[in-house]
Structures are given as structure tokens and as C-alpha cells.
Design a protein around this ligand. Structure first.
Ligand SMILES: NC(=O)c1ccc[n+]([C@@H]2O[C@H](COP(=O)([O-])OP(=O)(O)OC[C@H]3O[C@@H](n4cnc5c(N)ncnc54)[C@H](OP(=O)(O)O)[C@@H]3O)[C@@H](O)[C@H]2O)c1
Length: 350
């Protein structure tokens, strides 16, 4: 152990299931910090956490009556410095006391109540990326957390080729704003769907063309008209909405993938059953439907960091930053579904 840990730490806890409001969440200042890491775990002093829509879902549904969730801390994404290493942390990780790391906790860890909205977390060394120098801890918590990892998963699944033309729906959100940059960096032409208010940011991130879904409502009708003779090679959906998929034969090439991250087990199984399992002769849409679910993992965090190092990810869009005391307001911002990039919590100075 490099330095003595305090006897208590601050951490948010879920006191009751429901929306992420002050009725259901409380900041406690007397939580016991984790004990010294064992095996190949590391102890991280968290400086920043980034929030995700999934946190809100977990606060709502993971039962607080379970014995190990009576004082469960929410939060997946984190950045901070290593303060202690377990005896079996492999030397090839190059992790040392003082290394700044970032990533997202495994869902199981959050399920068992040890989330990232705390001053300290214990994390398997395999789950983290070393923070790229170019970005601050606040930016890294968002980029190498769920958003950057999900964007990396989507790109991996798509097997993109330079010169292709791709539509990205929800391009201004946490995931979309990273995805636009990676896809553009791979030499692909990016058509981004977002509201007009976010056009400037999305163009700066790399979109070649921006489609304002508010000015063209319903957007699928507009896409069918505009792109019927020039259909896309892939559609990435980071916002949801049935119509974009069911109408896709009008603007997505035959045999080409519709890849969505909205509608997984955490958001209802209906789209999956309707779109994945219903055959075309029973009214199914004749385009391959791929619903992806991220299991946070070190290889995705490190892939996002690699995209940073290779210059594909140039920017870390941050919507807003809040103090640890302001987590409820920060979750309100996430729940609004209007965030431009990530909502960040500053837990401590870098
Ligand atoms: N399956 C998985 O593993 C996985 C992983 C991560 C996230 N997700 C899910 O993916 C979705 C996006 O996540 P996120 O973190 O990027 O969310 P987010 O940051 O909260 O997304 C907010 C953004 O969505 C845009 N938006 C809202 N409605 C839209 C619409 N109808 N059309 C186009 N854009 C719209 C908003 O832009 P405007 O203000 O301009 O409308 C805003 O910029 C969420 O549903 C999340 O739960 C799934």
C-alpha cells in the first residue's frame, strides 16, 4: 500500500429503486473505503466519473432489498490514479502506483454495489486503459468509459471499409460523438442525424453531411426520399426508433447491416424479437438487424485509447461537469436525453 487510506470515504448510494432523484439517491461521507487490493486487482483513487443512461436504469431496477445492495454505489465510468496494486498484477500491464487509468467497471461489480461514484474503487487491472496523455481525466472517463467502448464495439462489428457511406443516428450523444470521429477517421463518409442545434459540433467531429431530424420529421421519410438512389452501406443507430429500421430498405443497401445499441435487455426485448426473429415473409424487414450490448472490458477501453493515439478520436465532447455533491442534477441532465457528449462528475482534483 503506497499511502494510508482514509478511514471513511464519500460515495453515492441507492437508497430506494426509482428515478435517479434525491428521493432515491444519497451521498454518504462515512462509507468504508475498499480494502487493499488482492490478486490482480488495483485500487484507484477516482478523480472523475462519467454518467450513462444505463446507470439510471440500474438505479431503477437492481433491487435495493438484496442484502448486498442495501448501500449500493452506482456508476460505471471512472478515471483516477492507482494507489495500490494487488500482488498478482501482471508486470506487462505497466501499471504502477501513480499511473492514471480509466475505463468502465464490469456490470457485475456495479450489481454488487461497488460503483464508480465513490472516492475509491477496486478494479481488475485487466479492465483499465492507461490514460492517453492528450486528454484530461474528465475527458478520459467519458472516452474510455461506456461511450468510447460502445463506439469501439460498433466499429468492430461493422468491419468498415474506406470509401463506404454510413448513417449515424444520435450523432451528438455520448456514444454518437465518439463514433462519428472513429468512423470518419477510417476514411468513411459520415451522414449524421442530430438536431440542428448540434450540427456545428457534429460537423466539427467529422460529419460530412448533417440531417436535422427535427426539421425533417419523420426522418425516415426524408431519408427514403433523399437517399433512395444512393443508399448507405451501414446504419448505426445510437438513438432508437423503430421507423429508422423498418423503413431502412429505402435507404440501406440490400444485405447491409443496421447496427443499433438501443433496445437491449436493459431497454426491453420487443425490438429484438420484432426485428431479429421475425422472418421477412411474416412482415420482417429485409435488412440484417444487429442489436449490440456492451460488456465493459479492458480491450474496448484500450481500443478507444488506441483510437486516441492514432489520432482518430481528436476530441472528447463534454456536455457538462458537476461536483460530487451535484450527482442528482447531473443525472437529470442525462435523463433529459439532450446531452451533447458526456456528463462528468468531478470527484477529486487530478
Ligand atoms: N447496448 C449498449 O451496450 C449501449 C451502450 C451505451 C449506450 N446505449 C444506449 O444508447 C443510447 C445512446 O446512449 P448515449 O450515452 O449516447 O446517450 P446520450 O448521451 O444521453 O444521448 C443524448 C443525445 O441523443 C440525441 N437524441 C435524442 N433523441 C434523438 C433522436 N430522436 N434522434 C437523434 N438524436 C437524438 C440528443 O440530441 P438532440 O438534443 O439533438 O436531440 C443528445 O445529443 C441510450 O439509449 C443508451 O441507453 C446502449
Amino acid at each position: 500500500m503506497a499511502s494510508a487510506l482514509p478511514k471513511t470515504m464519500k460515495a453515492w448510494v441507492v437508497v430506494k429503486n426509482g428515478p435517479a432523484t434525491s428521493a432515491n439517491l444519497a451521498l454518504q461521507s462515512t462509507r468504508p473505503p475498499p480494502t487493499a487490493p488482492t490478486g490482480s486487482n488495483i485500487l484507484v483513487k477516482v478523480t472523475h466519473a462519467a454518467l450513462n443512461p444505463a446507470d439510471i436504469h440500474f438505479i431503477n431496477v437492481l433491487p435495493t432489498w438484496l442484502p448486498f445492495r442495501r448501500v449500493a454505489t452506482p456508476g460505471l465510468d471512472f478515471a483516477g490514479s492507482v494507489v495500490a496494486l494487488g500482488p498478482a498484477v501482471p508486470a506487462e500491464t505497466n501499471l504502477k502506483v501513480g499511473t492514471t487509468v480509466c475505463g468502465a467497471l464490469a456490470v457485475a461489480q456495479v450489481f454488487f454495489g461497488a460503483g464508480s461514484l465513490a472516492e475509491y474503487v477496486v478494479v481488475p487491472a485487466s479492465l483499465v486503459a492507461v490514460k492517453p496523455e492528450r486528454f484530461t481525466n474528465a475527458q478520459a472517463a467519458g472516452l474510455m468509459g461506456i461511450a468510447g467502448q460502445t463506439a469501439s464495439l460498433m466499429v468492430q462489428h461493422a468491419a468498415l471499409k474506406a470509401g463506404q457511406r454510413v448513417l449515424i443516428n444520435g450523432a451528438s450523444g455520448g456514444v454518437g460523438s465518439v463514433l462519428v470521429q472513429i468512423v470518419k477517421g477510417l476514411g468513411v463518409k459520415v451522414y449524421a442525424v442530430c438536431s440542428g442545434a448540434n450540427e456545428e459540433m457534429v460537423r466539427r467531429l467529422g460529419a460530412d453531411e448533417v440531417i436535422d431530424y427535427k426539421a425533417h420529421d419523420p426522418v425516415e421519410t426524408f431519408l427514403a426520399e433523399k437517399f433512395k438512389d444512393e443508399p448507405f452501406d451501414i446504419i448505426f443507430d445510437c438513438a432508437g426508433g423503430d421507423g429508422l429500421y423498418t423503413q431502412s430498405p429505402s435507404y440501406l443497401k440490400p444485405g447491409c447491416k443496421f447496427i443499433t445499441i438501443v433496445g437491449g435487455p436493459s431497454q426491453g426485448v420487443i425490438p429484438f424479437i420484432k426485428h431479429k426473429l421475425r422472418p421477412v415473409f411474416l412482415g420482417g424487414t429485409p435488412r440484417p438487424f444487429h442489436l449490440l450490448g456492451l460488456s465493459p472490458a479492458g480491450n474496448f477501453a484500450r481500443q478507444a485509447a488506441k483510437y486516441v493515439e492514432e489520432g482518430l478520436i481528436k476530441e472528447a465532447p463534454i456536455d457538462s461537469e458537476y461536483s460530487l455533491e451535484e450527482v442528482v442534477q447531473a443525472y437529470e441532465r442525462v435523463a433529459s436525453k439532450r446531452a451533447k457528449g458526456k456528463v462528468i462528475i468531478k470527484v477529486a482534483e487530478e
